[in-house]
Design a protein. Sequence first.
Length: 290
Amino acid sequence: PTSAQASAVPQPGSFCYTLDNNMLTTEQRQFYEDNGYLVVKKLVSDEDIERFRKEFIRICKKEVNVPGAMIMKDESLRSQYGQSEKVVNKVQDFQEDEELFRYCTLPEVLKYVECFTGPNIMAMHTMLINKLPDSDKQTFLHPMHQDLHYFPFRPAARIVCAWTAMERADQDNGCLVVRPGTHKEPLKPHSYPKWEGKVNKLFHGLLDEDEKSPRVHVVMEKGDTVFFHPLLIHGSGINKTSGFRKSISCHFASSECYYIDVKNTTQEHMEKEVVEIVHKKYNMTSVELR
């Protein structure tokens, strides 16, 4: 396993992106096989979402410190709003926060995850996104990308993201946008977008994104959860409202997945960037992406 190219050649008449268990209907499996994503309505309870929201606010106010978490802020708003949710646009790697990590252990989520990863599941990457209203200083649009670009492990078909809307997500507040069927394509080169204004650290996008290709806006209600393949090309629009569009997510993988060396692949420059960040933050000299 030296190549970072990920391709799964479908066998005629068989499923290659989902596994045999009795959780998904044949129609659901076929939809995921064809499109690379699947929405399950009202999967996470309002009570759980409320608990995640409260914990997020506590993190924003620095009432709780989460070891190892990366808290991304719009610094231009800090003088105006201080420590509050109006400044924080993402909490990444929250696995050391017991309350937020509960999301990754919810039985109702895991029973679906197992359809893609199999029964031996690892939580690999966690995020709570708080999409701020768009401003002139900084945009919270996430360019179209493939999540596998960030992951030095394979096979891609045994990785899945569970992404839960913490309130209604639609075109007004920047819902997910997907290009159905692109999970069947290989991993493509990514870089920073060439747009005006400030770009967010590590918000890489596809280098040659076809603007005319068909896209679907995934409109979701609170508690709805979308499961999607790490090669699915997706992004999110800007938040044109005055509210904050929150979602909580985790990328899960089978524990049988293996690490690859990203040297001499399209992921190499991303590794260099992560190593620089870690070196700056923890003053560590010897770091590998895995």
